[in-house]
Design a protein around this ligand. Structure first.
Ligand code: SMG
Ligand code: MG
Length: 368
């Protein structure tokens, strides 16, 4: 393939309801899309960076800048373009994994479309549908939380994840257990809101049979998670800390986690995500696919990834209507708690022109 054009497109997608975590409340998703045009076809990538650097150091304006100023020109200089060449070409530029992931995703989509191959098959999928969990934000009251959880269980979600923070942890978990019973698959996500001094509080979650406690401590505190794992019996799962296959191997060997949340955007792309899957499988560590409120483009790729053999826990791969009234692709609709793995070439989905235009707030072609 020869790169002939790259479009950076900004869209704004209002959420159906505010989504509150320990680091803030999201009401509208500010998304950067990357469209790669080659001499043969085109492909789409989605950057998962948030509007502000609150989940990680990346944010959407910085991603757009580093793509336009450094990453796309580095790709344009390649004599031959394919997805495997992207990460090595971008390696000299430090960090910016979410920006790099979006560009690699677009090149991968274009390459696979040209070859007529589905992403799921390219990654090594073994399933044609995946069981879906759902992430539930921090609420103003336990009553509101119980109504929300009840609605998602009604909708068929097979696993509930509750966002927690100091002061909103044991009580909401206890209330969900008391209302919906012990059989509901239940886990929590702290988004780094605790410190080792909170070990006792976190151990207070142990009686509730949670699948895992996700990223209780700071992204950099791998040894702290290993210490915490000696006090808390619920398995520790890492998200923000796992930025690469090497980070996954180190965290597992240090005893910092027994489960890994894989997010392709966080780790630099779907090819690195597969490497993390393989490292975890080699260590007998279960993985699941995390989410960053993706549109149908990222959702399609995440569902394909979640179909790999090591993804044995339901992921945050919820239906389009969990966050959006109207998606920019054909919506992902939950059927008996599952989403179908796209079977078409590349991502298997593409933006719907009218829906995409309706949410577009900016577009620029990067000079090659
Ligand atoms: C705005 S919060 C994004 C990061 C968060 N993601 C989720 O909770 C799942 C979001 C989704 O369903 O896409 C996480 O730390 O796992
Ligand atoms: Mg998380």
């Amino acid at each position: 393939m020869k790169l002939t054009g790259v479009e950076l497109r900004r869209i704004r997608m209002p959420l159906v309801a505010p989504f509150r975590t320990s680091f803030g409340t999201e009401t509208t998703r500010d998304v950067l899309l990357v469209r790669v045009v080659t001499d043969e076809t085109e492909g789409w990538g989605e950057c998962v960076a948030m509007a502000a650097p609150l989940y990680s150091s990346e944010y959407v304006w910085a991603a757009a800048d580093v793509l336009g100023r450094f990453l796309v020109p580095a790709l344009a200089a390649l004599p031959r373009l394919d997805a495997a060449a992207v990460a090595p070409a971008l390696a000299p530029f430090r960090g910016h994994r979410m920006a790099k992931a979006a560009l690699e995703m677009a090149v991968l989509d274009a390459e696979l479309r040209e070859q007529g191959r589905p992403l799921a098959r390219e990654l090594g999928a073994v399933r044609d549908s995946v069981p879906c969990g759902v992430s539930v934000g921090i609420m103003d009251s336990v009553g509101e939380l119980l109504d929300t959880v009840g609605g998602f269980l009604e909708a068929g979600y097979v696993r509930i994840k509750l966002k927690i923070q100091p002061g909103w942890d044991v009580e909401p978990v206890r209330a969900v257990r008391e209302r919906f019973g012990d059989d509901v698959l239940l886990q929590v996500d702290a988004n780094t809101a605790y410190t080792l001094a909170d070990a006792r509080t976190l151990a207070g979650l142990d009686p509730f049979g949670l699948l895992l406690i996700e990223q209780p401590l700071d992204e950099d505190d791998v040894l702290g998670h290993a210490e915490l794992a000696k006090v808390v019996t619920t398995p520790i799962c890492l998200d923000e800390s796992i930025v690469s296959a090497r980070a996954a191997a180190d965290a597992i060997r240090l005893g910092a986690c027994r489960i890994v949340n894989i997010k392709p955007g966080r780790v630099g792309g779907y090819l690195e995500a597969r490497r993390i899957h393989d490292v975890c499988a080699a260590h007998g560590v279960p993985v699941w696919c995390g989410g960053m409120l993706e549109t149908g483009l990222g959702r399609a790729a995440n569902v394909a990834l979640a179909a790999l053999p090591g993804f044995v826990l339901p992921g945050d791969t919820s239906a389009s209507d969990r966050y959006y009234r109207t998606d920019i692709t054909a919506p992902f609709v939950l059927a008996e708690g599952h989403l179908p793995v796209p079977a078409g070439p590349g991502l298997g989905v593409e933006p719907l022109a009218d829906e995409l235009e309706a949410v577009t707030v900016g577009s620029e072609w990067v000079p090659l």
